[in-house]
Design a protein around this ligand. Structure first.
Ligand code: DGL
Length: 270
């Protein structure tokens, strides 16, 4: 269906429990430079990964309503946890296309590397039916896959800690019982973990592949916008990015700092 020019001019909305989804937003801004974006980090309620499914559904709906009030043409759930708990509810209730994300288990399997695949995500993502279905669909051989819930890493990133002593100590604690030499592929199944990628690479032997779902999610966003005739003309114009948080001034500053960092790291992507 052809859409009016006015509809196409609306921003694309993103939300996450906090800063994690900025890693997806950065890829989207690179790949869709003419679009405007609006981001909501639900810092006041982060983290989502230790909450119940019902709580995450309620918070996701609340976040989506805030973004819809601002007027947006599509919603990206830039959070694996919120997607697993709430994407079906959002799709049923919202009048705009909703794009979710899931741990990149399929691309990890397709690489066909020897060795184990380690999936790092939140406790809620790993225990949800959506993830179990994904493993079934991909015919995952459970003897080849290690599932690692890492809620404390989300909390570190939410405090702005992405490197240094506290991060190294926590990674050491988490990986103490894991044979890192047996791992060939690490799936970053939580958008917060992108901010720890450099620190995580220090924990594993060289040659271990790190996979995330960010580019795949943005490609899906682009497909969905095109299907709904909602893509702007991709002129050289640089769109606007608005960052919002349910937290206070320090949360706002952290969003801006981490977005600048992660946007710089995506240079060259398109
Ligand atoms: N960034 C989120 C994810 O991708 C959730 C982190 C949390 O709030 O626990 O799963």
């Amino acid at each position: 269906m052809r859409k009016s020019g006015e509809e196409k001019q609306k921003p694309i909305a993103f939300f996450d429990s906090g800063v994690g989804g900025l890693s997806v937003l950065a890829v989207a801004v690179r790949c869709l430079p003419a679009e405007d974006f609006i981001y909501f980090g639900d810092t006041a309620n982060a983290p989502y990964g230790r909450k119940s499914k019902a709580e995450v559904q309620a918070l996701s709906l609340q976040a989506a309503e805030i973004l819809i009030e601002h007027g947006c043409k599509a919603l990206v759930v830039a959070c694996n946890t919120a997607t697993s708990a709430a994407v079906h509810v959002l799709r049923a209730k919202l009048p705009i296309p909703v794009i979710g994300m899931e741990p990149a288990v399929k691309p990890a399997l397709e690489r066909g590397k020897e060795g184990k695949i380690l999936v790092m995500a939140t406790p809620l993502t790993l225990k949800e039916e959506k993830f179990q279905n994904l493993c079934r669909r991909c015919a995952v051989d459970l003897s080849k896959v290690l599932l690692l819930p890492c809620p404390t890493l989300v909390e570190l990133v939410e405090r702005g800690c992405t490197e240094g002593t506290a991060v190294r100590a926590e990674l050491e604690r988490i990986f103490a019982s894991i044979d890192t030499a047996s791992v060939s592929t690490v799936v970053l199944g939580c958008t917060h973990f992108l901010f720890l990628k450099d620190a995580l690479q220090q924990v594993f032997p060289a040659g271990v592949t790190f996979i995330d779902g960010n580019l795949g999610t943005v490609r899906q966003l682009k497909r969905v916008l095109a299907e709904h005739d909602l893509l702007r003309e991709q002129t050289a114009r640089q769109g606007k990015v608005e960052l919002m948080t349910s937290g206070g001034e320090s949360a706002r500053q952290l969003l801006h700092r981490l977005f600048a960092d992660v946007y710089e790291k995506t240079e060259g992507l398109q």
